[in-house]
Design a protein around this ligand. Structure first.
Ligand SMILES: [Zn+2]
Length: 238
């Protein structure tokens, strides 16, 4: 039996369809930037074409077109760092001016689209990165409240890192009453992806075994943890 099959037995997840047309819904795309999702675009980009990442980009694009066509708002987080300012424990990535910090080619049309909020952030957690340190305001909270959203649908990369940290914090913020209209935080399973660093690759790269990050398993664990905190896992978005 494979580890993934064991995980599915020990930490089961159950996804169900979500009808985004029924509620005031918005789409949040997390970090679909070149530095994470375009082959060879940087230290943290896929070294070769990866099916899960390709699916994440395709499904994010499809949903962005669907939401905008219906007049539903879209927000996109873009991981963006000042050159030379580290984000431990990661190697340099998505530094301003490298192009890594911009949306992947399939989504770059969002930059000039009305109804799209682009939110640059310099840390894993998009909720934290949305705070303006001078005013104390939070851009993603303001966006949810300005549109009086009842649901947000989340896609992007990485399932168990930037997507998960945002979703878990947003669930707490919702329960704390920061977004009064918000009912559901929906994670679209096929719209999310994570990176693949199998044990064999960590050895070849001279990394410690703890850097190992097998894609299917870590994607599953990310989905499991978000569902266990109250996120709605969706296998289709209507
Ligand atoms: Zn970063």
């Amino acid at each position: 039996m494979s580890l993934l099959a064991d995980l599915q037995t020990a930490l089961p997840i159950a996804a169900k369809p979500f009808d985004a047309a029924e509620l005031r819904s918005g789409l949040v795309i997390v970090d679909a930037v070149n530095g994470f999702a375009t082959v060879g675009a940087g230290y943290l980009a896929p070294p070769e074409p990866n099916d899960q990442v390709i699916r994440m980009v395709g499904e994010s694009e499809r949903l962005a077109r669907l939401f905008l066509k219906r007049g539903q708002p879209v927000a996109a987080f873009l991981d963006t760092h000042e050159p030379g300012k580290a984000e431990p424990p990661y190697p340099p990535h998505c530094e301003k001016g490298t192009g890594e910090e911009n949306l992947v080619p399939a989504l770059s049309w969002l930059e000039s689209e009305k109804g799209v909020a682009l939110i640059r952030k310099d840390c894993i957690n998009g909720f934290i990165g949305s705070f303006d340190l001078e005013t104390g305001r939070n851009r993603i909270v303001d966006w949810v409240n300005a549109h009086r959203l009842e649901a947000i649908v989340v896609t992007g990369i990485c399932t168990d890192i930037c997507v998960m940290d945002f979703v878990l914090t947003a669930l707490s913020a919702r329960n704390h009453g920061m977004m009064p209209c918000l009912k559901d935080i929906v994670v679209y399973t096929d719209g999310c992806a994570t990176y693949d660093l199998p044990m064999a690759a960590t050895r070849i790269l001279g990394l410690p075994p703890t850097a190992c990050h097998p894609q299917s398993e870590t994607h599953h664990v990310g989905l499991y943890l978000m569902a266990s905190r109250g996120a709605w896992l969706a296998d289709s978005i209507g």
